[in-house]
Design a protein around this ligand. Structure first.
Ligand code: SF4
Ligand code: SF4
Length: 202
């Protein structure tokens, strides 16, 4: 079906066509006419294009690049093997990882420190694309704010990247392998388990 062409409002033509004391305001009035027409139409037809934020939130797509999430194994441990690929590829250099040895025959390392300085992050998703384990994905969490530019306010460590309530509320966002099923099953829940680890969301 052919897309309906948008009507172009030529405010310059409106100014040229007007005369007298209203000429100065003709362009503004031509623009306001569009606003008022759409306002009346939205009210009559109940077709609102705005939402009552924050009571209402927009449902973004599963490819949305929101605040990161560190995913978990079935036993509640981080999937991350501290390979440093995400830190290396990050163009904003806002990921900090420190590795530690673990007593697990299946992996060599795990992060003792994993931090993302979200005040510098540009949400490009390169880190998520580089991760060979899908240990790092993005969420659809988009409203991130702080009242100061102090880096620690927006530097999320392992705890915030696995246990903040917004993870469950917003759900998974961008990850490179969208065809893999059950991504939600290894998203951490908002509530830590009895051992202090985040539980996998059922
Ligand atoms: S989304 Fe981009 S800028 Fe942000 S941490 Fe990942 S690679 Fe770095
Ligand atoms: S999140 Fe992925 S890419 Fe980054 S260190 Fe962990 S396993 Fe490697």
């Amino acid at each position: 079906m052919a897309k309906k062409a948008s009507r172009v409002v030529d405010v310059r033509a409106a100014v040229d066509a007007a005369s007298g004391p209203l000429q100065e305001a003709a362009g503004t009035l031509a623009g306001m006419e569009v606003t008022l027409r759409n306002m009346v139409r939205a009210t009559v037809e109940r077709k609102h294009v705005t939402i009552q934020y924050p009571e209402q939130r927009k449902p973004y797509s599963r490819r949305f690049r929101g605040v990161h999430v560190l995913t978990l194994r079935d036993d509640g441990r981080l999937k991350c093997t501290a390979c440093y690929l995400c830190e290396t590829v990050c163009p904003a250099q806002c990921i900090t990882i420190e590795a530690m040895d673990v007593e697990d025959p299946t992996v060599e390392k795990a992060p003792s420190v994993y931090e993302i300085d979200l005040s510098r992050c540009i949400f490009c998703g390169f880190c998520v694309e580089a991760c060979p384990e899908e240990a790092l994905i993005m969420s659809r969490e988009y409203d991130l704010s702080a009242t100061s530019r102090e880096p620690e306010r927006l530097t999320y460590g392992i705890s915030a990247l696995t246990q903040r309530p917004e993870i469950a509320a917003y759900g998974a966002g961008f990850r490179p392998h969208m065809d893999y099923p059950l991504v939600e099953s290894y998203l951490p829940s908002a509530v830590p388990g009895p051992d202090g680890r985040a539980k996998a969301k059922k």
